[in-house]
Design a binder for this molecule. Structure first.
Ligand code: PA5
Length: 429
């Protein structure tokens, strides 16, 4: 994998972190990473587990060989953001419109939004549609509502048997209402391992199945993630993802920089930022602690938020994510060469412009005393995405220990779910 972390602008900018602060935190950081390696929480074991990969590939093959035209992934939060991030990062930006794409068209029914859901029903061909309903708990209201609607449309077009043969239930392997439905209707099932929390589940069947259905290399995703785990085992607190946990923690707790902006310089990574925002926010925001993650896209947000990052309150750390070699580039043709405000662009490429703007932003931030970090991906590949997502999960888990919070629960989210259930009339609430 080719993923590097550059923290120089957290240390060298005016007001940046000092070596002695990192030294002071170092014993606690060492304990945090050792604890993580000893404990081996479920998400750390996923990259080296073949079982879920094989099960996902088998179901993906069944779907692809059935001549499926559409694949609707129904799920929310941790059951959707990871697969969406992979799809956006690794598939063609207009995947669904391509005649020769890697697999069936992909649709995500995530939010409980009648506009999106009815829009999906407008464009799918029910006769060639597979639905994958993904919920670990087995009863999240938004997911089950979306599922019931799509199920109804499919059953109407295909009859009960047709619908059942084209439905995958990705859920807890033993319990929950979706598991009961799957048993009752003999649906194809894939497990979400009990020991893996929603937002840490992208490398389980939650992310592996939709990736494989679209023709992505799910095995390479896991290989990249496994490489990251090996490196953390070898390097411990020296691993840059782990060291980054300490730096972001210190920026928040000792510098009052309690906003962490992930600014991705590639449209393809926009959903990766959304995935990370959930991971960091839902894992760490508890007990009055946690820093606020925010996603931004360069260059677009240079024309929207950068002014605030440059001259607004000194409460942010900007983390740029850039890709050295995007899979494609476009030359800017020569024209208007007599007009100096336009002609200079000729002979350059759009990728070059993106790269130069990214570098310019990083330098301008540093010169203005605005701490920033950079994550660099050599390319947009399954291996690199697998590595990066695993690294950010590890960083979040280590940060949880530093903050003294449990990164794997979400009591605040559960509270809202309970109120929803009560108001929507679910018995027992
Ligand atoms: O990270 C989490 O645990 C949450 O975001 C869940 O993924 C989300 O609430 C959906 O839960 P479920 O998969 O049980 O439907």
């Amino acid at each position: 994998a080719d993923v590097t972390f550059d923290y120089r602008n957290l240390l060298e900018v005016e007001g940046g972190l000092e070596e002695r602060e990192l030294q002071k935190l170092s014993p606690r950081l060492g304990e945090a990473v050792d604890g993580l390696l000893d404990e081996q929480p479920g998400f750390m074991r996923l990259p080296r587990t073949r079982e879920y990969l094989e099960a996902s590939l088998e179901v993906a093959e069944k779907i692809r060989s059935s001549g499926a035209t559409d694949f609707v992934h129904v799920g929310i939060g941790g059951s959707a953001l990871g697969p969406m991030a992979l799809h956006r990062a690794l598939n063609h930006p207009f995947y669904n419109l391509l005649p020769d794409r890697g697999g069936p068209r992909l649709h995500f029914a995530e939010n409980a939004d009648p506009m999106t859901l009815s829009g999906i029903l407008d464009v799918i061909d029910p006769k060639g549609t597979w639905v994958n309903v993904v919920t670990k708990s087995g009863s999240t209201a938004e997911t089950m509502a979306n599922f019931l609607v799509i199920r109804g449309a499919l059953a109407e077009a295909l009859g009960d048997f047709g619908y059942q043969a084209r439905t995958v239930a990705t859920t807890d392997p033993e319990k929950g209402f979706l598991k009961r439905i799957a048993d009752r209707e003999d649906l194809v099932t894939l497990p979400i391992p009990q020991e893996v929390g929603g937002r840490f589940s992208v490398l389980s069947p939650v992310g592996l199945l939709p990736a494989a259905v679209a023709g992505l290399d799910a095995e390479a995703l896991l290989a990249g993630a496994a490489r990251c785990v090996e490196e953390v085992e070898e390097q411990g607190a020296e691993h840059p993802a782990v060291a980054g946990a300490a730096m972001h923690y210190l920026m928040d707790t000792s510098r009052n920089r309690n906003i962490r902006v992930m600014m991705v310089y590639a449209d393809a990574l926009e959903r990766l930022a959304a995935w990370f925002v959930q991971l960091w926010a839902e894992s760490l925001g508890k007990g009055g602690k946690g820093s606020t993650p925010h996603g931004a896209v360069g260059t677009t947000d240079q024309h929207s938020q950068l002014q605030l990052y440059m001259e607004g309150p000194q409460d942010k750390v900007i983390e740029i994510v850039e890709v050295r070699n995007l899979p494609r580039d476009v030359e800017i043709p020569g024209a208007y060469e007599d007009l100096e405000g336009v002609g200079y662009l000729s002979g350059h490429t759009v990728g070059e412009l993106l790269g130069v703007e990214c570098d310019a932003t990083r330098r301008a931030l540093a010169e203005a005393g605005r701490p920033n970090a950079t994550i660099r991906l050599g390319s947009l590949s399954e291996e690199n995405l697998g590595y990066l997502m695993q690294a950010l999960e590890i960083q979040t888990a280590v940060a949880g220990t530093l903050y003294g919070v449990n990164p794997y629960d979400q009591p605040g989210v559960e509270a809202g779910k309970r109120i929803t259930y009560r108001r929507m009339g679910r018995p027992g609430y």
